[in-house]
Design a protein around this ligand. Structure first.
Ligand code: HEC
Length: 129
């Protein structure tokens, strides 16, 4: 305490000197926060994780059957560039490119919203942080 207190006081007095480096990292952090909360505000990521764990992880956790591995930022960047709408509709309908992604991950009981949430969860996990 004896050492910390005078420093705090000095920073209070010479505010500009102590805070000089702060604005830049703070601005960067808040702009990243904004893009993350954009997904979080549009989708239910907690529900997405549940749906993902039960329906998608079997392939996507380890990249089985040619699927893009969740968390592999490099592998996902070009996919994410297609935009959420495209990623979601391809996941709902299924598609075949180099490999095959089954419609709704093979579970017809999932609603469009649940698939969208799980896609959002995957994208969140696979985006550069
Ligand atoms: C049987 C394995 C399997 C399961 C289960 C599975 N996927 Fe996939 N998924 C794939 C494969 C394989 C690809 C890659 C196809 C390609 O691009 O060649 C893929 C690709 C994707 C992509 C990328 C689409 C794109 O345009 O690049 C998304 C998003 C995706 N899956 C979402 C999901 C979601 C959400 C679930 C669960 C609801 C799920 N997947 C379950 C195999 C699976």
């Amino acid at each position: 305490m004896k050492k910390i207190l005078p420093t705090t006081v000095l920073c209070g007095i010479f505010f500009i000197g102590c805070g000089g480096g702060a604005p830049e990292p703070a601005a960067e952090a808040s702009s990243k926060g904004a893009s993350e909360s954009a997904l979080a505000s549009q989708y239910d990521l907690a529900n997405g994780k549940e749906i993902y764990d039960a329906n998608c992880a079997g392939c996507h956790d380890e990249g089985i059957l040619g699927s893009p591995k969740t968390g592999d930022v490099n592998g996902w960047t070009v996919r994410i560039e297609q935009g959420m709408e495209t990623l979601i509709s391809k996941s709902i309908e299924g598609y075949t490119a180099e490999y095959s992604m089954p419609a709704r991950g093979g579970n017809d009981a999932l609603t469009d919203e649940e698939v969208a949430n799980s896609v959002a969860y995957m994208v969140e996990e696979s985006s550069a942080k």
